[in-house]
Design a protein around this ligand. Structure first.
Ligand SMILES: Nc1ncnc2c1ncn2[C@@H]1O[C@H](COP(=O)(O)OP(=O)(O)O)[C@@H](O)[C@H]1O
Ligand code: SF4
Ligand SMILES: [Mg+2]
Length: 372
């Protein structure tokens, strides 16, 4: 959860958002034969519009393989998008050159899912955390100098300070990653991510590989760090229970697209998209009476391949509400006119209050912006 709920929506460059994705696509070519001809594309991200406000935590949720990590990598420019725009503080960073990108990179960091794989086993913790300081040639006053010489003593002190900030001991400086537990290694990942005082951190399933008992500690650490340094987070998870506590807003992703986005309260209390409803139905409720009444919506069929997405609404083969209309038409991410804030969903027959997700509805297809 962010430091303050009344977060500013105006960033330094005058844009309402810190980060914005506009119609972002990432299609990986599928090569075949001896000539390695392109025979198709994996549409891992297929037209994503997403806005992240300064100071908020945006939860990004969807089943494994739906394109969350690919979207994160495209927004960080670790992958070059096939199409679309990524605006950071109002400027399209996809057109930036290397030097301009280096400046942006200081402000955008990523924490990966697997703390085992993301830390170089041959480097000491001190060197791992100091790496971004060296790459960006940061010295004591926090600026890049151009050569970075004469700053080693300061860098060591800075790394030790970062170790303390994430709940580790400054004495760990000369140790190696294998000497730490999973939770401690993720703390090292957090220290490395905050070393440059970034504005945005993308947390890509930072607790999914950890024991349940450790997960809350790492989430609490991320929340504390966010308050202290006024950070903006994109927090990625594959189920809605993990992001419930930490998110201000949530975006639900399915097969390369955002299918619903809303303030946290609206998303959990008035989910409109049948996919969001089914994800929510899988979360156990603490109240035993409600837990007994909970109806689990079991999705039929496998997740379709992003190399060959179904026509129309891509959720139609698994959707309990699907009608013929859904196979022939593509729903857009439409405003839902709910009671709380900006709530959008891409569904022709959204689940309205009091309706069951698998109930047959006779309504006209919902198009909020028809005739615009
Ligand atoms: N470099 C790549 N080349 C081809 N396909 C890829 C590549 N990276 C990811 N994919 C595919 O893109 C889809 C989305 O993957 P990913 O973004 O890792 O999903 P998630 O993080 O939601 O689990 C998957 O079908 C995956 O196999
Ligand atoms: S558009 Fe149709 S198939 Fe798609 S989610 Fe809505 S009801 Fe289901
Ligand atoms: Mg992933």
């Amino acid at each position: 959860m962010s430091a303050s709920r009344n977060v500013s929506t105006t960033s330094a460059a005058g844009s309402e958002y810190l980060l914005e994705a506009k119609n972002v696509k990432m299609h990986f070519p599928i090569k075949a034969g001896v000539l390695k001809r392109t025979v198709g594309h994996v549409k891992a991200v297929d037209g994503v519009d997403l806005q992240v406000r300064k100071g908020e935590t945006l939860g990004l949720v969807g089943e494994s393989g739906c394109g969350k990590s690919t979207l994160a990598r495209v927004m960080m420019r670790l992958l070059e998008a096939t199409e679309g725009e990524v605006l950071f503080e109002g400027e399209d960073i996809l057109s930036y050159n290397r030097r301009q990108m280096l400046r942006v990179r200081r402000n955008m960091q990523i924490i990966f899912q697997d703390p085992y794989a993301s830390l170089n086993p041959r480097m000491t913790i001190g060197n791992i955390i100091a790496e971004p300081l060296k790459t960006h040639k940061i010295v004591e006053n926090g600026s890049g100098t151009g050569d970075g010489s004469g700053s080693r003593g300061w860098q060591k002190r800075r790394v030790q300070e970062l170790l303390e900030l994430v709940g580790l001991s400054p004495e760990h400086y000369n140790r190696y990653p294998h000497e730490f537990s999973g939770g401690q290694r993720q703390r090292i990942g957090v220290a490395r991510a905050i070393a440059l005082n970034p504005k945005l951190i993308i947390c890509d399933e930072p607790v999914s590989a950890l024991d349940v008992s450790i997960q809350a500690q790492v989430v609490n650490l991320l929340e504390d760090i966010q308050k202290e340094f006024d950070l903006t987070y994109i927090f990625i998870a594959h189920d809605l229970s993990v992001v419930k506590h930490i998110s201000d807003r949530v975006a639900v992703m399915y097969l390369g697209r955002i299918v619903e986005t809303a303030d946290r309260t609206a998303l959990y209390s008035e989910p409109r998209h049948p996919y969001t409803n089914s994800l929510l139905s899988a979360i156990p409720v603490p109240d035993p009476k409600k837990e007994r009444e909970r109806r689990r919506i079991v999705l039929t069929g496998d997740v379709p391949s992003p190399a060959n997405p179904p026509p129309g609404c891509t959720f139609n083969p698994r959707c309990p509400r699907a009608r013929d209309y859904c196979k022939e038409n593509e729903p857009a991410l439409e405003p839902q006119g709910g009671s709380q804030g900006d709530h959008r969903a891409s569904c022709f027959f959204p689940v309205l209050e009091g309706q069951k997700v698998d109930e047959h509805v006779e309504s006209e297809p919902y198009r909020a912006r028809a005739g615009e």
